[in-house]
Design a protein around this ligand. Structure first.
Ligand SMILES: NC(=O)c1ccc[n+]([C@@H]2O[C@H](COP(=O)([O-])OP(=O)(O)OC[C@H]3O[C@@H](n4cnc5c(N)ncnc54)[C@H](O)[C@@H]3O)[C@@H](O)[C@H]2O)c1
Length: 259
């Protein structure tokens, strides 16, 4: 599908992977709504990128909020692209702590709510918005891209809630693609390895030192632009559907994070 002329929303569009995605989609000719909670950063990015970009303060877990972002996207043109790449929510911990205290159920639920329910909320509401766009000649109406993590396959110790949430995103990809085939909407998921973004809250040099040597090849962290490049390929290659693609330099997490 051509990116040019499509309207898109990017949840978490003011974050590390999200900003790179917004920049890439705009460069390829899309109009983009940055749907994020980070008002200052989102507005600054929107005003830098010009009139085909808007910021809408959005909480992915709220129906009204996501619909407002989609309405804004629809004001730009036919909505055909949704990329769910929000993140930044903590909530880690072992299933059973060394002092015998079990994982907080509340923290587990909050993590699932943010990463899995939030992603599904974006998926279901975007599918409704995209289904209202006229089909292209090929019958295609649009593409929805979710973001999982390789932790959804092999979470490290202390990541049980995050791993469950991301495993859920992986698990719903094929079924959602099957559900939405009837309206000509493809569904794909990217499972990133370790990408250099503000999410880690650490200086770049320290991060690279920690993760670079663990990646088989290339021996470095991923760059957000490489995530955005895969988003572009997923949109453009119509035969990709219902699939989760790892983007990770062949890294496989062991039981312990190098941190
Ligand atoms: N960076 C990595 O190495 C890596 C690896 C695997 C998976 N991921 C996944 O990629 C996604 C993005 O990660 P990132 O590194 O770009 O994170 P980031 O912290 O740089 O950006 C996340 C963005 O999401 C926004 N956000 C937070 N809560 C929100 C909400 N309720 N509604 C809308 N927006 C919200 C934040 O304001 C922020 O702008 C996350 O889902 C993360 O789990 C990242």
């Amino acid at each position: 599908m051509d990116i040019k002329g499509s309207a898109a929303i990017v949840t978490g569009g003011a974050g590390g992977l999200g900003e790179a995605t917004v920049r890439r989609l705009v460069a390829e000719g899309a109009s983009v709504v940055i749907a994020d909670l980070a008002k200052e950063k989102g507005e600054a990015l929107a005003s830098e990128l010009g009139s085909s970009v808007a910021f809408v303060e959005t909480d992915v877990t709220s129906e009204d909020s996501v619909n407002s972002a989609l309405d804004k996207a629809a004001s730009f043109g036919p909505v055909r692209i949704a990329v769910a790449v929000h993140g930044g929510f903590g909530g880690g911990g072992r299933t059973l702590k060394s002092d015998g205290i079990p994982h907080s159920l509340d923290d587990f639920q909050k993590t699932i709510d943010h990463y899995l329910v939030g992603t599904f909320n974006v998926l279901r509401l975007s599918s409704a918005a995209i289904s209202k766009s006229e089909p292209l000649e090929s019958g295609e109406r649009g593409v929805i891209i979710n973001t999982a993590s390789i932790a959804g396959y092999e979470g490290t110790i202390g990541q049980v809630a995050y791993a469950a949430a991301k495993g859920g995103v992986i698990g719903m990809t094929l079924t959602a693609a099957r559900d939405l085939a009837v309206v000509g909407v493809r569904v794909l998921t990217i499972a990133p390895g370790t990408f250099m973004t503000p999410a880690y809250g650490m200086p770049a040099e320290m991060l690279e030192e920690m993760w670079g040597p663990v990646v088989p090849f290339p021996k470095r962290m991923g760059q957000p632009a490489e995530y955005a490049q895969l988003v572009q390929s997923m949109i453009e290659n119509q035969y990709l559907n219902g699939e989760v693609i790892r983007l990770d330099g062949a890294i496989r997490f062991g039981p312990k994070s190098p941190r």
